[in-house]
Design a protein around this ligand. Structure first.
Ligand code: MN
Length: 418
């Protein structure tokens, strides 16, 4: 696969995140209009809602883009997903006969405000990156018991809150919560002092299922991927997590990037999961390359300071694919719905520089990070801006995800004080 040329010049740069090969789906608004569906092409957004109302896009007898989210297309299934992509490529390719009709429907991306690209039905987060699990387990339980006995057999997860999912650019307020410091006998209600990021990918369920599905069926049902930051209050988490797992520590916010990158755009970057240390049971066995080679990066920018990269890793570091997570999620008969969001789990590489959370980067706060500006960090300070970035690099082109940004605002006054 090489760069597919578009008549939108900015889309033809080898390093641009949104070439014709990508065509990610988002929801945007401009000053004079309601939120609507759009597809990124170079520095522009093609207004798909307007294109459908002008019959430039007509995939079904009824409208799919008259609502400000992509769920209605997702519900149509893979044949309609492919038909839309084919139509968009025809409209936006170099030499397209439709250029004169399409051009007035392009909006400069800089003039657009982005919204959540899909209505999040439910949100589940996993713990399926092995390097992360070993690091955290080593810190909490020691190196002998780092991985729980189930870890190599199932992708461990918990049910999160769809209501907490926000789009990139939304400020995140430092939470209050009940926590217990080792030096105190009793817990206290305080603003979190160990507020953290988790660098993850989010997989979006396109086709619903009702009953157990295979790994291959799960892969077929996934619509696309976003970057995901699972904001985590480590001090609240440490106190609350046993025996039912994280709860309020993960409920403040989960930020996703605004563009859904489709499976079709990512297909050239498929790769295998790592070698299995113990064989998986048949229903979770790998049946083809279902991870993706996507470079990932996190930057931190303290207020009034410069942006520094604090980690670099890759999605292929995961032990379980999103398809295996979705298949496992369905084993009980749990219905999975269009718009369900599955967080991969924190993606850490094997080296110190490739760890996907501050908890790991600062080793529980024992080894604070020194930024290139000389500032140090164990966890997030007030008014720090954290940004996740992701891109798959092809032969002369890039499949970018855009950014997943959040600024952490200071905690409010004690919410229970009168
Ligand atoms: Mn997480």
């Amino acid at each position: 696969m090489t760069l597919m040329k578009s008549w939108v010049d900015s889309a033809n740069d080898a390093n641009h995140p949104f070439p014709l090969n990508n065509l990610p789906y988002g929801v945007f608004s401009t000053e004079d209009g309601d939120p609507r569906c759009g597809v990124a092409i170079g520095d522009m957004i093609f207004d798909v809602t307007a294109a459908e109302s002008e019959d430039l896009i007509a995939l079904t007898d009824y409208p799919l883009f008259d609502v400000p989210f992509w769920n209605e297309l997702m519900e149509e299934g893979p044949a309609v997903w492919a038909a839309l992509r084919e139509r968009l490529i025809a409209l936006l390719s170099e030499g397209s006969a439709d250029r004169a009709t399409v051009e007035p429907l392009l909006v400069p991306m800089v003039e657009a405000q982005m919204h959540l690209p899909f209505a999040v039905s439910e949100y589940t987060d996993f713990y399926a990156g092995k390097n992360h699990a070993v690091n955290v387990g080593t810190m909490f339980r020691g190196p002998e018991n780092a991985l729980p006995p189930n870890w190599l057999h199932i992708p461990i997860g918990y049910n999160g809150r769809a209501s907490s999912v926000v789009v990139s650019g939304t400020d995140v307020r430092r939470p209050w919560g009940q926590l217990k410091s080792p030096e105190h006998d009793m817990p206290a209600f305080l603003p979190s002092r160990r507020f953290d990021i988790e660098l993850e990918m989010g997989a979006i369920v396109g086709t619903s299922s009702d009953g157990p599905i295979s790994v291959q069926e799960a892969d077929n049902n996934i619509f696309g991927y976003v970057l995901l930051n699972d904001w985590s209050a480590r001090d609240i988490q440490a106190w609350e997590y046993q025996p039912l797992g994280p709860f309020q520590a993960k409920a403040t916010a989960t930020t996703i990037s605004p563009w859904i990158v489709t499976k079709a755009a990512l297909n050239p970057f498929r790769c295998d999961t790592p070698t299995r240390e113990v064989a998986l049971l048949d229903h979770l066995k790998d049946c083809g390359p279902m991870l993706y080679d996507i470079d990932l990066e996190v930057t931190m920018q303290p207020e009034g300071s410069t942006e520094s990269t604090i980690t670099r890793t890759n999605y292929k570091e995961m032990y379980y694919s999103a398809a295996q997570q979705l298949a496992h999620h369905s084993t009980s008969g749990c219905p999975m719905n269009t718009g369900d969001l599955l967080g991969s789990g924190t993606i850490s590489g094997t080296t110190k520089e490739s760890r996907g959370s501050l908890l790991e980067l600062s080793w529980g706060g024992k080894e604070p990070l020194t930024l290139p500006t000389g500032e140090t960090r164990s966890f997030i300070e007030d008014n720090d801006t954290l940004t996740l970035k992701g891109a798959a690099k092809g032969d002369g082109y890039t499949i970018g995800f855009g950014t997943c940004v959040g600024k952490v605002l200071p905690a409010l006054d004690d919410p229970y004080k009168r």
